[in-house]
Design a protein around this ligand. Structure first.
Ligand code: 6R9
Length: 648
């Protein structure tokens, strides 16, 4: 197959912030002299105390230390709100589109300022101060942005937990960061269905013997009935009556933590990824401007949930730091109809649209009609994030959604990277469907083989990054050693991403997916170990192994091999029971798609589960199992193949 190349259209180049020559010039400057480059771009935000030091970073395996703009002081809420008041106080900062198509709201920068100050005062009255940890467990409502910015205004550290996570997952995160205060809503509303958020918070706190939580602030979203514990719980609207809308922004050090975000890794419990203030904001704002070719006055919409890093960097912090109008959507792509995205685009005249391949694939199933019914004339740039976009979905996005008129930016990055690292720039980069293309300014990708040898030119291997960029995570909350071990111990002096990639003759990167035991289900990261430990916690289960397999819509599905205790019978009823168990334990996103009961798992003589074999069987590709000579009991494999669930 010859590779398709889509040239930069004249209109993209004319409007673009940079063309190809400018990209090359800026990229060269950014990697040959990062101090000067970032010293200059660090000034894109306001500093209460200007920095004099730009970069002090080391990837030395047992002494990783990352500091940017270290002697400067600033405040993220000031940069996202206050500094815009004079020039664009009456401009809309947030367009909120509710789950119900008749429900929307426009919030100006001036209004945002008032709301955030009030929120900050409500938190302050409850003991929140610089360094306090606050958990947010909220639906996609403007209050989520207000609460994030209110924490930032006080120098408090927010940790958002996605509303789809269970009480147990919430409890472990509350405990992990010893949060004093939890912000939630009575209920969430998605696709017409209610989510019992406050009840889940009650459950979570009940599960912790020694709960750190002194206060729960509850936003009324549906007005649904919830239990309020006297002395601990308060409705936000009642608490807000007692405060003013004036609250100064607290200047904090550039390296003061802005947020913790829990993410799945290949082992154990989710890690608390820590992002700090100055470098993070500079990087989020700069990538938002260049990658989406953001211009003054554009309406920008990222469909992610604020519970994921994409929502942090590209719904709230990046766009608001740039004074943009950012759209926040409460609902889902298929409610009330599967034309909803495009109807919202027309309704609010969206210019830049950013979503995940899984959403595109699910809408492809509904055909072109729901798309073609809408105009989409306002659209200019279409973004993709979360997982590799298959060329078929790319072409559909380009042709059907974008009418071959919009540029596509396939943006590769991670919770850990804080912002986009590999991506096209609309005015500069020729596109190849399925490739995230070239590195952003200051980013130096390195390809290595399994032994850690650096590969040149066209190659395939593991993707690492040489040297730091300002948006990089700084540590794992409370466990710096785990940070060093996870990301810097595999390959010396390199940040290891956990992703495999291919680099082609033009230096373009094609991300092939995770090379560790992390799977990507509908753009959501899941550690296979987390699902396994949930399954084995069930009283009938003796052992479990979980792998990913290709799934048409989700990208990857969850395939679980389960060995039951003596005397237990594996049938459809038990399958259902186990799916419900995992849903309840971790959350709906972790539900196994396929469960295979097996008398044993393929192990080496030293007892290691041979996941390579399990992956092949789950992919229905057992003709090439590779080397099976180290198997302790070869007969196990025959049984696994015979009873496989995923038959082509
Ligand atoms: C931002 C985000 C990170 C993992 C990452 C990779 C996959 C994200 C991608 C992509 C191919 C892209 N990923 N974007 N793979 N092309 N454009 O998704 O963060 O939830 O931490 O996931 O997602 O495997 O390592 P996070």
């Amino acid at each position: 197959m010859t590779e398709r190349v889509v040239d930069v259209q004249d209109a993209w180049r004319e409007r673009g912030l940079v063309d190809d020559a400018k990209y090359r010039e800026m990229y060269e400057a950014s990697v040959s002299d990062p101090e000067t480059f970032w010293g200059e771009h660090g000034k894109r935000i306001d500093w209460m105390t200007p920095f004099t030091k730009v970069k002090d970073t080391s990837f030395a395996p047992d002494n990783v230390s990352i500091k940017w703009f270290e002697d400067g002081k600033t405040n993220v809420a000031h940069n996202c709100i206050d500094r815009h008041l004079e020039t664009r106080g009456d401009q809309v900062a947030i367009i909120w589109e509710g789950d119900d198509p008749n429900d929307d709201k426009h919030i100006t920068y001036k209004e945002l300022h008032g709301e955030v100050c009030r929120w900050a005062n409500v938190l302050k009255n409850r003991g929140v101060e610089k360094g306090s940890r606050v958990i947010l467990y909220l639906p996609m409502i403007p209050e989520a942005a207000y609460a994030m910015l209110a924490c930032a205004r006080l120098g408090a550290i927010h940790a958002i937990v996605f509303g789809g996570f269970s009480p147990d997952s919430l409890a472990s995160r509350i405990k992990g960061c010893e949060a004093k205060l939890v912000i939630t809503a009575d209920e969430g509303l998605r696709g017409g269905r209610k989510v019992p958020l406050k009840a889940n918070v009650d459950e979570a706190i009940k599960r912790l013997d020694d709960a750190s939580v002194d206060h729960v602030v509850v936003v009324r979203r549906t007005g649904g009935n919830v239990t309020m514990e006297a002395g601990r719980d308060v409705y936000y609207d009642e608490a807000a009556k007692e405060v003013t809308d004036d609250c100064p922004a607290v200047p904090v050090e550039a390296e003061h933590p802005l947020f913790i975000l829990y993410t799945s890794g290949s082992t154990g419990q989710p890690k608390g990824v820590v992002h700090t203030t100055g470098g993070y904001l500079v990087y989020a704002a700069m990538t938002h401007e260049y990658v989406f070719d953001y211009h003054e006055g554009d309406v920008y919409w990222c469909t992610a949930d604020v519970g994921w890093v994409t929502g942090h960097s590209y719904i709230v912090y990046g766009p608001l730091a740039n004074g943009a109008t950012t759209l926040m959507f409460e609902g889902i792509p298929t409610y009330p109809t599967n034309g909803r995205f495009w109807e919202v685009v027309d309704k609010h005249k969206v210019n830049i649209f950013y979503t995940a391949p899984t959403a595109i694939r699910s809408l492809m199933g509904g055909g072109e009609a729901p798309v073609k019914k809408t105009s989409r004339k306002s659209l200019r740039v279409l973004g993709s994030v979360g997982e590799p976009i298959n060329p078929e979905a790319w072409e559909w996005y380009y042709k059907v959604v974008g009418d071959e008129r919009c540029s596509i930016v396939d943006t590769w990055w991670q919770t850990e990277t804080g912002g986009i690292l590999i991506t096209p720039l609309p005015g500069a980069t020729k596109l190849k469907p399925g490739s995230a293309t070239r590195p952003f300014f200051g980013v130096q990708p390195v390809m290595v083989d399994a032994e850690g040898k650096e590969l040149d030119g066209k190659c395939e291997g593991n993707l690492c990054i040489k040297d730091s960029w300002p948006g990089q995570m700084r540590t794992v909350y409370g466990d710096h050693e785990r940070f060093e071990q996870t990301y810097f111990a595999t390959y010396k002096n390199l940040y290891f991403t956990g992703d495999g990639a291919r680099r082609d003759e033009d230096g373009y990167y094609w991300i092939t997916g995770r090379v560790d035991d992390v799977i990507n289900v509908s753009g959501h990261r899941m550690g296979t170990a987390e699902v396994e430990s949930s399954l084995v916690a069930h009283k009938k289960v003796s052992e479990a192994a979980v792998v990913g397999y290709p799934h048409n819509v989700k990208g990857q599905g969850i395939y679980a091999y389960v060995t039951l205790n003596e005397g237990e019978e594996g049938d459809d009823a038990l399958r259902k029971e186990l799916v419900a168990w995992v849903r309840k334990d971790i959350g709906p996103i972790a539900s196994p798609d396929l469960i295979q009961f097996s008398p044993g798992l393929p192990k080496t003589r030293s007892g290691k589960i041979m996941r390579r074999i399990l992956r092949k069987i789950a992919e229905d590709d057992f003709g090439s199992l590779g080397d099976t000579s180290t198997l302790a009991e070869p007969a196990v494999v025959e049984d696994l193949i015979e009873n496989r669930q995923n038959r082509a």
